[in-house]
Design a protein around this ligand. Structure first.
Ligand SMILES: Nc1ncnc2c1ncn2[C@@H]1O[C@H](COP(=O)(O)OP(=O)(O)OP(=O)(O)O)[C@@H](O)[C@H]1O
Length: 706
């Protein structure tokens, strides 16, 4: 290790010396047999290009001597080759400018013999002035690639195509590393070697084997690939030192024994040390530091590391150390494609396999929805719930055809899931009105019962068994159904009993018939995530929440309040038991559009109405009179006639409330619509009685009749 360092330092000094001597020789400030020979050689072969040798040698020397992690240390080979291409093209251009003269080249002018040779080659290959044009274009191309201009251009094009993705994230795009095991913390060069620590090891990204996919499924190249990135070893070393120092300042001996780099955080493995204490018998005793002492210092560590938030996993499950998770300077985007390409995902043959994100070591976090069998997603506004639900839906449709899987989407926020309109997997359309969403839940219950009857009639236990039997008898199979709800709070507020009843019943029974729920909410309070709902949703994802209380409502443990937002999550898999921290998948609009377009091309569009449409109409007809009566009662008592009030009081959507108002006008309960959005006149006094057959009856008249 040390010998390596010494060797590279020596080479660095040598290169700097060479650069200096070449410079002095080229400007004729120094002479000598060796120097003159060297300068003559350079001038004769490279002409003016000899000056570039100074730059190259100087740059190489600086890189070799640099302590820490210089940004260009690992310049990609492609860019190095482009730089070389640029130099040779410039030499040829210099020869062209000098009139392609061999004598001048021999004297060390223009591009030297190399430049002259290349210019001659260009002349032989291309007619007339075309050689000059081609050389200039080549030089520009090489320069653009070498300076990263092409990558910049392709990023710009990508961001134009993916206009939905926020600018700052595209710019800061640095995807995750695959770092399955704990890496030793890189040592500072001037620091004495301790324990078994070795030098910095670059985190390697495993080459991904080409994934064989059924041609009937969307190809993976519809999705954006990850970009390679490396952890900043200098920063990692610095943070590790700060953690040790801070703990030592609080009297806690501990050692950072390794780190794992994830897309958003780096987890430092802190091994608690021993403290000497006087025992009850007066003899000194060695005692291991309690993990709670380390976790109690989360805020002090955050302050010292200038971290916005810091989570301490004490201890890391199955390990003998405490994990201190420090946010990375740049968070990386986790793309669906790289997750679908991982061998772990390919090994998962389950149709409802989900790629949720990458954990703190960059490893994929995968789950099988059919085993979970339902999922609850919660987090404050802007924490990443909708993005997560959209990613789940996209992941499912990447692996399932509409015959295998149908989706029902309920999106009262009308933002994220609306983008799936037109997807052939979609049952009906994306529902956004409370009333219709309740209708979907009612339909799901009916569908569940109908499927159970079907299973019973065919004497099979579950959907899997039914479909196998159907295939054997060449009968149509039943698709799995996933119901995605982007905001549960709206439904729970407008019809709490109905919603809770339906969701709990589905959650308890629907698994066997292949119906699964993915429910999100930004209100992790007990009136939305009730005890009953929680008990039936063992798989939960918590994005960042406002308080530890909210975290406990979702996960039963603290921790979600220390997450960083923007897709940083804790995933509680019932099969694992403890929450796993991960960065969720994000998809651009362009990716989603491509996947939807693929399916639209493969499956002809159907005009089929939503299966719950009939149910909704029936309910409207049946419940019509009752609702009108309720509406009259509300207006009679309040003496106000506004559609929004009816919406609120009767917990119905706007279209239904507006229709009701028209019916009430026909019944003579309210006056005609007023211009300027003013309230309608109420034609009924508080004493009037409700009479659906005619108009409102006057209370006084009524008494008279009696
Ligand atoms: N996995 C992710 N990776 C990177 N950025 C993300 C991720 N998830 C979310 N974000 C960022 O956070 C923003 C908010 O996400 P999202 O709309 O999903 O939040 P939300 O929790 O649904 O909020 P609301 O409840 O207000 O709708 C996104 O626009 C995106 O910029």
């Amino acid at each position: 290790m040390r010998l390596d360092r010494f060797g590279s330092d020596l080479a660095g000094v040598g290169l700097l010396l060479l650069a200096l001597l070449t410079l002095l020789g080229l400007v004729s400030l120094t002479h000598g047999v060796v120097i003159d020979f060297w300068i003559g050689l350079l001038r004769r072969w490279l002409g003016w290009g000899a000056f570039l040798v100074i730059l190259a040698a100087g740059f190489g020397g600086v890189l070799l001597l640099w302590r820490g992690d210089p940004p260009l240390r690992r310049l990609p080979l492609g860019r190095v080759l482009s730089l070389e291409g640029l130099v040779f093209t410039l030499l040829a251009l210099a020869a062209l400018v000098g009139g392609r003269s061999l004598e001048r080249a021999d004297l060390g002018l223009d591009g030297g013999l190399v430049g002259w040779g290349l210019a001659e080659l260009a002349r032989l290959a291309l007619p007339g002035p075309l050689d000059a044009v081609v050389l200039v274009l080549l030089a520009l191309l090489f320069a653009a690639h070498a300076l990263g201009g092409l990558a910049w251009l392709s990023r710009r094009i990508e961001s134009w195509l993916a206009q939905d993705a926020p600018e700052e994230f595209l710019a800061a795009e640095e995807p995750a590393q695959a770092s399955p095991t704990l890496e030793p913390v890189p040592d500072a060069p001037d620091k004495p070697q301790r324990g078994k620590r070795s030098g910095p090891k670059p985190v390697m990204v495993k080459p991904v084997a080409r994934v064989e996919r059924s041609p009937n499924l969307p190809p993976l190249d519809l999705l954006i690939p990850d970009q390679d990135s490396r952890p900043d070893e200098g920063q990692i070393h610095h943070s590790a030192q700060l953690i040790e120092q801070t703990l030592a300042e609080f009297g806690i001996p501990a050692r950072v024994v390794g780190f794992r780099v994830g897309p958003t955080v780096t987890q430092y493995a802190v091994e608690p040390g021993f403290v000497d204490k006087i025992g009850p018998d007066g003899a000194p005793q060695r005692q291991k530091v309690r993990v709670s002492q380390i976790s109690g210092l989360a805020k002090d560590l955050a302050l010292r590391l200038s971290a916005e938030r810091l989570r301490i996993e004490a201890p890391v499950p199955g390990q003998s150390f405490v994990g201190v998770e420090v946010p990375n300077a740049h968070s990386a985007m986790v793309r669906l494609r790289s997750l679908l390409e991982t061998p772990a995902m390919q090994r998962m043959t389950a149709p409802l396999a989900l790629a949720l994100g990458r954990d703190v070591s960059g490893q994929p976090v995968l789950a099988d929805l059919s085993r979970m069998p339902h999922m609850l997603v919660a987090g404050t506004t802007g924490s990443g719930k909708s993005v997560c639900i959209a990613a789940i839906a996209t992941c499912l449709v990447m692996n399932n055809s509409p015959e295998q899987l149908r989706l029902a989407m309920l999106d009262p926020k009308m933002v994220e899931l609306i983008r799936f309109k037109g997807l052939p997997h979609l049952l009906g359309t994306v529902e956004t009105e409370t009333e219709r969403m309740l209708g979907v839940l009612r339909w799901a219950l009916q569908e569940m019962d109908a499927r159970y009857r079907l299973l019973e009639a065919n004497r099979v236990r579950d959907l899997e068994g039914y479909n196998q039997r159907a295939l054997r008898h060449k009968e149509p199979t039943l698709p799995r159904i996933v119901i995605l709800i982007d905001e549960l709070a709206d439904l729970m507020m407008s019809a709490p009993e109905q919603t809770e009843g339906a969701i709990v019943r589905l959650a308890q029974l629907a698994r066997a018939v292949g119906i699964h729920l993915v429910v999100a909410t930004q209100r992790p309070s007990t009136d939305v995530v009730t005890g009953l709902i929680k008990a039936n949703f063992p798989a939960r994802i918590a994005f960042t929440v406002a308080s530890a209380v909210d975290s406990r409502v979702i996960l039963d443990v603290n921790g979600a309040e220390t997450l960083l937002g923007h897709g940083d999550m804790l995933f509680l898999n019932p099969e694992v038991g403890t929450p796993t921290r991960a960065q969720g998948v994000i998809l651009t609009d362009a990716e989603m559009d491509q996947v939807i377009a693929f399916w639209q091309r493969s499956i002809p569009p159907s005009e089929e109405a939503a299966p719950w449409e009939e149910l909704l109409q029936e309910a409207e007809e049946e419940g019509g009179d009752a609702l009108v009566k309720q509406a009259i009662e509300v207006i009679r008592r309040s003496q106000h006639a506004s559609t929004s009030m009816l919406q609120r009081r009767l917990r119905i959507g706007y279209p239904r409330a507006a229709r009701l108002m028209e019916e009430l006008e026909a019944l003579g309960v309210v006056g005609p619509a007023q211009p300027g959005g003013r309230e309608r006149e109420v034609l009924m006094s508080p004493d009037d009685e409700i009479d659906l057959d005619g108009s409102a009856r006057d209370g006084y008249d009524g008494e008279d009749e009696d």
